[in-house]
Design a protein around this ligand. Structure first.
Ligand SMILES: [Fe+2]
Length: 296
């Protein structure tokens, strides 16, 4: 088994212009639970063993404040920080006790394209349970960049990810057995494309999607089954413009997985998913996938 210095995508932090409204959406409709409130931030948990998967903080607009990854050990934390400094990243927080109630040690950097990344080790975990129709954990974060290959090289060479596939528009990277934890999408701007939340199964993606539709938020793309990663998906635009995805059945891979490039990841005309049933993505969803920047 490949020894990854980062073992998981744990959580993301968003700013929102309407903190109570966002908390309402992510609890009542999306299905997360408030697990802590501290220093103006609301921490939201799922049913898996992560203390929290989403942090919300009031701000002028919706932005990606940071993505948090779990490091394999304290030594890996130090190695990751040293490699990031070597690659020209800005140190936002040196290694020290985490600010979040999940605890552990952390460091925070800003990579050259402007996204803020946090690495944690020894953070609090809880008992995991797979609850039908409820989010277990994060599945992946999809980041926009004008230079997916350059940023993929950063994730590979500096953070130790493995590139599993490259479609015409996207690079897929893994840090554990999931086919991808990070996706880099070619776009004219740097920013957040979307955040994917893992559901226990396909039925939960369907029933969860029904709950979100009932909550007044229509499906932006899906339900369908992706090419790279073979995961089922349903995309939504949250009330403050952030694109979020329910996903399940993410392909599990090991070192024997064969990378495929853009020539092999093609669809017949008009098709955007394996099943061939996903209607075209809504214009609202397409726009939202390019509209969320990184907090400076
Ligand atoms: Fe996705």
């Amino acid at each position: 088994m490949h020894g990854f210095p980062i073992t998981a995508l744990r959580s993301v932090e968003l700013s929102t212009p309407d903190l109570p409204g966002s908390v309402d959406f992510y609890t009542r409709i999306w299905g997360l639970q408030v697990v802590a409130e501290q220093a103006g931030k609301v921490f939201l948990g799922a049913t898996g063993d992560d203390f929290h998967v989403l942090e919300l903080k009031a701000g002028d607009r919706s932005e990606l404040r940071k993505a948090t990854f779990r490091a394999a050990s304290e030594d890996h934390l130090a190695t990751l920080l040293a490699r990031c400094i070597d690659r020209g990243c800005t140190v936002v927080r040196d290694i020290g006790p985490a600010d979040a109630p999940s605890g552990g040690l952390r460091c925070v950097i800003r990579e050259p394209r402007g996204s803020t990344l946090e690495f944690v080790h020894g953070d609090r975990r809880k008992t995991s349970a797979a609850v039908p129709n409820q989010v277990q954990r994060l599945a992946h974060v999809n980041i926009n960049t004008p230079d997916p290959d350059g940023l993929a090289a950063f994730y590979r060479d500096v953070l130790g990810f493995q590139i599993t596939d490259r479609s015409r528009m996207m690079a897929f990277l893994r840090c554990n057995d999931d086919h991808h934890a990070v996706v880099l999408a070619e776009a004219p701007v740097d920013g957040l494309n979307h955040i994917a939340f893992l559901m226990p199964d396909l039925e939960s993606v369907m029933r969860g999607s029904g709950r979100v539709v009932d909550g007044g938020c229509p499906i932006g793309w899906g339900v369908g089954r992706h090419g790279p990663g073979d995961n089922v998906f349903a995309y939504f635009v949250d009330p403050h413009g952030v694109v979020v995805e329910y996903t399940a059945e993410v392909l599990q891979v090991d070192d024997s997985y064969r990378f495929r490039g853009p020539d092999e990841w093609t669809w017949p005309p008009g098709r955007t998913d394996h099943w061939g049933i996903a209607p075209p993505k809504s214009e609202v969803c397409k726009k939202a996938q390019l509209a969320i920047g990184f907090a400076g």
